[in-house]
Design a protein around this ligand. Sequence first.
Ligand SMILES: [Zn+2]
Length: 491
Amino acid sequence: MSTLADTSVASRTAYEPVIGLEVHVQLLTATKIFCSCSTRFGAPPNAHVCPVCLGMPGALPVLNRKAVEFAALAAMALNCCINETSMFARKNYFYPDLPKGYQISQYDKPLAEHGFSEIPVPGGKKRIGITRVHLEEDAGKSLHEGFPDSEEKTAIDLNRTGVPLIEIVSEPDIATPDEAYQYLTRLKEIILYTGVSDCNMEEGSLRCDANVSIRPRGQKQFGTKTEIKNVNSFRFIREALSYEIARQVEVIESGGKITQETRLYNSQEGKTYSMRSKEQAHDYRYFPEPDLLPLVVDEKWKAEITKTLPELPEARRARLVKEYGITEYDAQVLTVSRSLADQFESAAKAAKNPKRVANLVQGELMGRLKTKALEIEQSPISMRGVAASADLVESGAISGKMLKDLYDLSFERNQDFPEVYEAEGRPQQSSDTTALERIIDEVIASNPKQLEQYRAGKKTMIGFFVGQAMKASKGQANPQLVNELLAKKLD
Ligand SMILES: [Zn+2]
């Protein structure tokens, strides 16, 4: 491993990696793409099947309208053009979990094309082209373990067969494993904002295959590529690509040739292994699906779908920074999901002073979350709680110090702010002048030396008295009032 890593460093200037990604995203429709079987995850094996998704002779597919809308929405969010007419095609191959012997996909006339996504790179942004977004059905699952006879037999679960997917194919514009990681992170974020998928990698709702080759820097022609399949986290994809690039450099430097093949990544060893030689498109004998009409998304339908396109993360971040005066970093954290950004904005709008909500999130919430190593979704204080606390400070009911203490209690007890505030008996900062005057008199009487200094002209001494009075009131006094009363009494 270490020799490979070294080769990679030494050859970074000599070779240039070329990476393209194919991402499969499962759409959140209630039913499958060509039949009315449920798509729900986690049902007993083969509970959600029918003649259509089992590929029985004579069964006919009927296209799910929602799947088309979701696919088009995702494609629009990725800046693609929606083709008015697209075609379904049969992709023929044999696999035990593919009962029809072919997968219904799209080939030369996909639903959408010519998109792009922007990723952050050192010193700016880089545009990664998106070749196409097409619709297809998922295959079933082969289960190689978990049964008493798993040693000899493979079980098949066809619940997933016919679940709608989109495949998002990037241009080979990605130059480093880091860029691949950024591209996937952005892609997932955008898809989540559109709400067309939950992008849950553990449940296979988002899967990624990576094509990677290297070429001498400056050469136009691509080198032979390998495909890394079924890597189940973005971090592993980055690692797998780093390994594969180093491996290819080593093969070429030692006079060998790269074989076009599919490789699997073993995350425990941090290595890729050859799985099979890579199929070419012609191996699949694609032909138009005779059981389905061409898919037509006309202007009217397209306009309806466009209306459901939400504000996307990048635009939202820019707006939050501008509207609420928060930092780029906090905007990033607050827009990590659409629901969190919605919560923040509705809390900020409901509060008397939206800017104060933003300030509390930035000044009081983020730091405490960081200390406790919590994600913002795990915060004991909800955005509603932040808004409630902001209003209490705004109206002068509680002081900043009291808010800090109440936030500490919230984190200690893992309770939202309003609950803690109630449990603590709705504490109020004291504006009872008589009680305060008594406290101040005591403070003055018990500090004759400081009083002398003050009267001798050291006016900054007032800070000392304010501090003592606040302490004596256990932080409950209104600091402004303490200041006023002290000034009156001392002079
Ligand atoms: Zn079915």
